[in-house]
Design a protein around this ligand. Sequence first.
Ligand SMILES: Nc1nc2c(ncn2[C@@H]2O[C@H](COP(=O)(O)OP(=O)(O)OP(=O)(O)O)[C@@H](O)[C@H]2O)c(=O)[nH]1
Ligand SMILES: [Mg+2]
Length: 652
Amino acid sequence: MRVYKTPEIRNVAVVGHGASGKTSLVDALAFVAGTSKRHGSVKDGTALTDYTPDEIERKYSINLALAVAEWMDAKLNLIDTPGYLDFTGEALAGVYAADGAVVVLSATGGVEVGTEKVWDYCEQREIPRLFFVSLMDKEHADFERVYTQVKERLTPKVIPVEIPVGEGPEFHGIINLFSKQCHMYKKGTKAGEYEEVDVPPEYRDRFERYSKELIERIAETDDTLLERYLGGGEIGRDEAIAAMKAGMLKGELFPLFCGAAELTYGTRALLSKLVELIPAPNERPPVEAQRWGSAERVTLKPEDAGRFVAQVFKTISEPHVGDVTLFRVYSGLVKNGQDVYNAPREAVEKLNHLCVTVGKERIETPELHAGDIGVVAKLRDTHTNDTLSTKDHAIVLPKIPFPEPVITEAIEVKQRGEEEKLSNGLHKLHEEDPTFQHEYSGELGQTLIRGLGERHLEIIVGRLARKFGVHAVIFQFMDEIVGGVIPRQYIPAVERGIQEAAARGPVAGYPVVDFKVELYDGSYHDVDSNEMSFKMAGILAFRNVSPNCRPVLLEPILELDVSTPDDYQGAVMGDLSSRRGHILGTEPDGRLVRVKALVPEAELDRYATTLHSITHGRGTYRSKFHVYQEVPPDAAQKVAEVRKKELEEAKA
Ligand SMILES: Nc1nc2c(ncn2[C@@H]2O[C@H](COP(=O)(O)OP(=O)(O)OP(=O)(O)O)[C@@H](O)[C@H]2O)c(=O)[nH]1
Ligand SMILES: [Mg+2]
């Protein structure tokens, strides 16, 4: 990869709600541009920017990650961000490092909570944005509905530049309102190739309506253009693009594009529009910073001639490599091997092996120009949100305002003696991720961890094990003992008793989930007390109290998707109802009908055989886990009886 100069760089954050298709889009853009040699996929665990073991296993993004697409002599630094709110700090960091954003919307989901969240971040940072409606090929895709939702819930300044030809499985083309041409895609398109044709006659009316709206909105942003337009004159393509870019910079226009990233449909046009419409770093307003140790304000321009200033927006600690630091240069040119200065930590850092990254791959570069994004490993004392500058011109940038944690849980090591390793690991993880915090509460005698959601804390526990070799568990046991009414050393024994009792709960001996225990009082004897008796106290307390907490039996509910010829639809639905099934709906699917229902797993004994027989072999079904739900009382009674017998038999 060659070195790119400031005007050739575009830093683009790819943001949106979870599962809207961001990672698939980033992979497709890098592949279609030719920068990445392989078209990866989230489903197969090969997507460029979902490369950590956690992401591959879970099939969603957890970390912000970078990819590059080289297109039209420019370098697009694509910052893929997770959509789930538990990892929203990553999305915020991505927005802060970028000069523009692609807000990805799913053609079926439209504007969702995650979309609103990232929209707020973009507003806060005042970066230009464009919309990309992806997954246009998915069943129930609805372009108009998504457009209306954006207009009503995000901004009335949205304006479509493209409209789809066909929707859902019929989606096969995109009409560009600027070029007045239509790109037609063939099944099996590998890298976004298309055939350019005239707008199909049945789309003529829609095309006219949208084109008119587009031109009017562009003309409104510029008095000269407006005058010409009202006088009946034409606005050329280049003029229109320039006016749109200017409108985007002022926050007056937000163009909307569409496609299906996974199929690479619409990706070529999007690459070109990103290069043409997202500003280069030098086209954005200068950044305000502060001279270290004084109140003096400094204005930073993204120019190579300026002094070096960069901000760390992400650190990842990798096994065998150590810390990997992702930073954005705000001013100056920086060379491989250069010494830089982290003023607040008084640390001189050497930028050895300066790199750019494409997914997990790091490519060494001799230099980075002002405005570019780079990566370096093995810095000694530099963490997320630190500023790097030079010793003779020490600067600090305003910090990225990461969100504060919203949930707290207690954590403890599985094996005694690992407490120090736990505390070191937690400290490192906080330096990586400022939305994660931890503290030791002397009052509770426990280590508390705080984060943005349960999923976030779960990931943290996984990282502790993988990166730091500390095996820890999150639990809901609150030690509220004060004044030593029970000696400290006996408290873990009480908790072990509780855990043991909970493994065989009050309802039919099944394990208990979702409970919380508070240890608030007790007594002891100097001589006779021992761990065993405190453990027994825990077991007995749980056994005594838990039946009074109105425990309920939970059972797994599956979501069933049954396909059947419509002759047998009634029989299929009747059978599902007799299995305590709840029919969600039916829809035609070619010559078949699809019936969707929620059914308890316990009732699906021999379902395949029954379905085969009532549909004369023509029905098929798929099922997936949906939720755990309360078992109705009569069914619970039956389960309890069967289980009791099983346990007795096992004992005998
Ligand atoms: N039909 C269809 N499916 C797609 C398309 N793009 C992505 N998908 C699928 O949609 C799911 C979500 O895609 P991702 O790219 O992981 O979405 P994301 O926005 O990165 O999700 P998070 O990282 O969780 O925020 C995956 O199963 C993809 O295979 C598309 O264009 N068409
Ligand atoms: Mg993703």
